[in-house]
Every structure is written in structure tokens, then in C-alpha cells.
Design a protein around this ligand. Structure first.
Ligand code: ST9
Ligand code: ZN
Ligand code: ZN
Length: 324
């Protein structure tokens, strides 16, 4: 099912460098992110603990966890993933489609299961990432390497440029949504309930799983896995893959990221045409998130899905693509 309203949006004109990619350019030392790192040790300990205990959770999966609990953890990965992809990314950060309140409420619940900061903060950082991509003002600037763009940016204080230039990005529309305001206001109790308590008690109450296994597999392992899959878009999809739409930017099409993120790895396309609700030229193919939004549109809960006219895509590929 494809959206019917392929718009004739024009390609945003950009200042395209003649010779080198952003990575290869002779970037002054300051702009490479060399400002003094201020490590946030609390986050270092928490993420080290999360990853170490996830290894123990993998051991539990192979020794004592019920199959139903593993399936449940997988379902939580999918729904919390949709809270990120269909919710905070394509709906609130990019406004690439509109959603009626029951869908916004469902996506806010899915998003709270994901625990990746509240909708407002995630969307603000993401808009800043698009506007100042691969500069010091980009919260997860990929020119600072794989580790920084993957997890390192969450272990240190933000570069002053992120905050200074971030303030120039208008996010008032995000907070205008009462669903976003309430999720932000009650964020701590919401994540305690949705990300930690609910996934622990459901397997124990409904199929007699131990609380221990439920917590480690459906909370710790599922959360750690979903975070790392999400972070791959910032790291791997900014480093490895082809660039059919714009060879002058770093974001790439990465098939492993496409599959694991339910359609968010068409990252060269997405940075070239960020308003497309499908984040891909291929519509719903390889794109569970687009299928979900299409299904919601079928139910009448999603509407005004923005796309890019095929002719505009073709011309852009000819002009700036890498020919792949
Ligand atoms: C997590 C997020 O993991 C992951 C996001 C990934 C994004 C991927 C995108 C890819 C595309 C989509 C693909 C999806 C695929 C999904 C697949 C799923 C299957 N602009 O932040 P603070 C100001 S979260 C403007 O504290 P510090 C503002 O005034 C994991 N202003 O900076 C702010 O105050 P407030 C769980 C900005 O102190 C103030 O500065 N969460 C901006 O340097 C302070 O902000 C954690 O672990 C801006 N952009 O601390 C928490 N930013 O907010 C981790 C800031 O009150 N975070 N300001 O308005 C932290 O602990 C801290 O943020 C810090 C920085 C230590 C990293
Ligand atoms: Zn985006
Ligand atoms: Zn990106």
C-alpha cells in the first residue's frame, strides 16, 4: 500500500562541496570536536552495568528462560522500536505525517517502553542532528568516530555548540502537543512502569516465568539490544554503505541497519529527503515502520503522509548520487 499523495516537493538546495566529503575535509581542530571532554561517570557506570548484565541475560536465555518470555522480549523490541521510528522520529521530529490522538497516545506508550529520553528531548536532539550534521553542533557528530557517535555522546557533556546552535532550532510545535507535554511531565513514573515494571510482571503473572528471568531478558537484554540497534543509525549508517542520492554527505544506505531498525537504515535517502514519511524511495519495502504507518492510515488514524515525487528523486540521483 503506497501513499497516494506523492508530492512535488522540490529538492532543498545545498552548499555542496566540490571535492571532498565532510569526513575527508581539512576541518579545523576546534570543529573536529576537540573541546575538552567532560565525562559523566554516572552514565559510564550505568551503561557498563547494562552491557555486562546483558551478557548474563544471554546466558539465561540459553539456560533457563521460557520461550514465551524470549518471544515477549522480541515483541517489546518491535513495539518500543515503533515508538522510536514511527513515533518520535517520523511523526514528532520530522512531522512527515500526521496522527490522530489515539495513535499519538499509543506511540507515546511505545516510546516510554523504549526509554530513549522523552519525546521532546529526543526530537530536539534529532532536529539539531539534521540541521548541523557532522559538525560540533551535531549531538552525535560521526566525524568524531564510531564510538562517539554510537554511545560515547551519551557518556560526556554536550559540546557547547550543540546547546548554543541547538537553541536556533524551533521545537515549539513539538511541545504544542499535549501528549508530548504529559509524557515529559510524567516521564520518570512512565518509564519505571512501561520500560521496567510491566515487562517484568507480565511474564511472571501470565506464564509463570521467574521475576529474575523476566527482568534480565525482557528488560535488561531487550533494552540494551534496542538501544544498540538505534545507535547503529548514528554510527554505522553514517560510515558504511552506498550513497545513491548524495555522495557529498556521510549518511549511507546500510542494509543491516535497514533490517534491524525496521526501515531506518536508508540514511542517505533520509538525510537528502527528511520529510518523506517512508524514509525510503522504496516505499514500504524492507520497511516495517512504513507498513505500520500505512496500516494506521488504513484505520484512519494517520494521514497527510508526505512523500517525494519520483522525478525529483531521479534528478537528484543523477545530479549528486554515487551512481549505485
Ligand atoms: C538514547 C537516545 O539512547 C538515542 C537517540 C538515537 C537517535 C538516533 C537517530 C536515528 C534516526 C532514527 C532511527 C531510529 C531507529 C530505531 C530502531 C529501533 C528498533 N538543543 O542533555 P543535557 C540545553 S537515550 C538545544 O542534560 P548535558 C537544554 O537547555 C538513552 N538545547 O546536556 C538542556 O536542558 P533541558 C537513555 C539543548 O548536561 C540543557 O542544555 N537516556 C540541546 O551536556 C542540558 O541538556 C540516557 O541515558 C539541543 N540539542 O548532558 C540519558 N541539548 O533538557 C543520557 C541540550 O532541561 N543523557 N540543550 O531543556 C544525559 O545524561 C545527558 O543528556 C548528557 C549530556 C550527559 C548526554
Ligand atoms: Zn531523521
Ligand atoms: Zn543521521
Amino acid at each position: 500500500m503506497l501513499a497516494s499523495n506523492r508530492s512535488t516537493a522540490t529538492v532543498m538546495e545545498k552548499n555542496i562541496p566540490e571535492t571532498a566529503t565532510v569526513m575527508e575535509k581539512n576541518i579545523p581542530e576546534k570543529e573536529k570536536g576537540s573541546s575538552k571532554l567532560r565525562i559523566v561517570w554516572r552514565n559510564v557506570y550505568i551503561f557498563a552495568f547494562l552491557h555486562a548484565t546483558s551478557l548474563y541475560a544471554i546466558y539465561l536465555v540459553f539456560t533457563s528462560t521460557l520461550l514465551k518470555t524470549v518471544v515477549f522480549a522480541f515483541v517489546l523490541y518491535v513495539i518500543s522500536g515503533l515508538g522510536i521510528t514511527a513515533g518520535v522520529h517520523r511523526l514528532w521530529a520530522h512531522r512527515s505525517y500526521k496522527a490522530k490522538w489515539p495513535l499519538r497516545l499509543l506511540l507515546a506508550f511505545f516510546n516510554s517502553v523504549a526509554f530513549q529520553n522523552d519525546i521532546y528531548e529526543w526530537s530536539r536532539d534529532h532536529r539539531v542532528h539534521h540541521k548541523f550534521s557532522e559538525t560540533d553542533a551535531d549531538p552525535h557528530n560521526a566525524t568524531r568516530g564510531f564510538f562517539f557517535s554510537h554511545i560515547g555522546w551519551l557518556l560526556v557533556k554536550k559540546h557547547p555548540d550543540v546547546i548554543e546552535k541547538g537553541k536556533t532550532v524551533d521545537c515549539t510545535d513539538i511541545l504544542a502537543d499535549p501528549v508530548v507535554r504529559y509524557q515529559r511531565k510524567y516521564y520518570i513514573p512512565l518509564i519505571v512502569l512501561c520500560c521496567f515494571v510491566m515487562p517484568t510482571v507480565v511474564p511472571a503473572w501470565f506464564w509463570n516465568e521467574t521475576y529474575w528471568n523476566a527482568f534480565y531478558v525482557a528488560v535488561i537484554l531487550r533494552y540494551c539490544w534496542t538501544l544498540n540497534i538505534t545507535w547503529l543509525v548514528n554510527s554505522a549508517a553514517h560510515m558504511w554503505g552506498n550513497r545513491p542520492y548524495d555522495r557529498y554527505i556521510n549518511p549511507r544506505e546500510n542494509k543491516y541497519v535497514i533490517v534491524s531498525t525496521m526501515g531506518e537504515g536508508f540514511h542517505n535517502y533520509h538525510h537528502t529527503f527528511p520529510w518523506d514519511y517512508a524514509t525510503s524511495e522504496l516505499g514500504f519495502r524492507w520497511n516495517i515502520t512504513t507498513m505500520f504507518i500505512n496500516f494506521m492510515a488504513f484505520l484512519g488514524l494517520a494521514y497527510d503522509r508526505k512523500t517525494v515525487c519520483l522525478e525529483v528523486i531521479r534528478k537528484r540521483k543523477e545530479r549528486t548520487g554515487d551512481g549505485s
